[in-house]
Structures are given as structure tokens and as C-alpha cells.
Ligand binder design. Structure first.
Ligand code: 5GP
Length: 131
């Protein structure tokens, strides 16, 4: 009985894991292809598959935090690395003159992948109000 419960619980866990695994987790694990610009233990930076500007990077935390609003106190140090990586890539990729950083929280704000990430847009004139 005890063993059966353990088996069925781990089966449920594996189903839940499959359902909740995001595209970004698959990219981080190397299960889906992406054009990777940078990677360390905490973040990965890839090209957005559907770019909204000539340069459209996604800087993704490796820890699967659903969005900025679900960050805990213990996670805030990650933001320092995210912004450090963005600055470094802007310098390396020569778009340090102008760029925009966006993170969406919730479907009402346009979030489609529930895994914390930062859009970095550059290479065209960006409208002052988000366009
Ligand atoms: P969100 O809408 O959640 O703020 O941003 C998710 C982003 O992921 C979107 O800009 C979308 O274009 C991008 N995206 C969706 N699927 C893939 C994919 O398979 N690979 C990459 N590189 N980007 C993706």
C-alpha cells in the first residue's frame, strides 16, 4: 500500500512537471533549440523567436520563477546579474546607445510564458509609450 502510494505520487508529480515545464525551461535544458548569446549559472540570454525589433533578446533566469511578482526576498540578487548581463551584451553587441528592458507580469500585461524573463529591444526607434 505504502509503495503503491509512493508510485502514484511520483507519477502525478511527473505529469505535473510535464504540464508546467515552460518553453524556456526546455531551452535551458537544451531540449529546444535557441540562439544563445550568453549563459552562466543564473541566467541565459537568447534571441526572441518572434522579434519585435532588429535586436530582441530575452534574458531568462534559470530558476523557474513565474514572473517578477513571484520573486521572493531570496531571489532579488538575481536581478543584479540580469542587469549586469544586459549591460555587458549591449556593449558587446554595440547597442549600448539605446535599448529598452521590459518584463511582463500576467496575461493582462501580455505575459505568455510564465517563467521570469526580460525583453531587451534595440536597433530601431522605440516609441515613448511602448510601441
Ligand atoms: P512574454 O509574452 O511572456 O513576455 O514573452 C515571451 C516571449 O517568448 C515572446 O516574445 C515570444 O516571442 C517568445 N517565444 C515564444 N516561444 C519561443 C521559442 O520557442 N523560442 C524563443 N527563443 N522565443 C520564444
Amino acid at each position: 500500500m505504502g509503495d503503491q502510494r509512493r508510485c502514484s505520487k511520483s507519477f502525478e508529480d511527473s505529469i505535473r512537471e510535464k504540464i508546467m515545464t515552460t518553453i524556456f525551461e526546455k531551452i535551458i535544458k537544451g531540449e529546444l533549440p535557441a540562439n544563445i548569446h550568453y549563459e552562466d549559472e543564473e541566467v541565459i540570454c537568447i534571441d526572441d523567436k518572434y522579434p519585435q525589433a532588429p535586436i530582441h533578446l530575452l534574458v531568462i533566469t534559470k530558476k523557474p520563477i513565474p514572473s517578477i511578482h513571484e520573486m521572493s526576498e531570496a531571489d532579488y540578487y538575481l536581478l543584479g546579474n540580469v542587469f549586469k548581463v544586459i549591460k555587458m551584451l549591449a556593449d558587446q553587441m554595440n547597442f549600448e546607445d539605446s535599448y529598452r528592458i521590459i518584463t511582463n507580469h500576467g496575461s493582462g500585461a501580455g505575459q505568455t510564458v510564465p517563467h521570469l524573463h526580460f525583453h531587451v529591444l534595440s536597433g530601431r526607434q522605440l516609441g515613448a509609450k511602448g510601441g
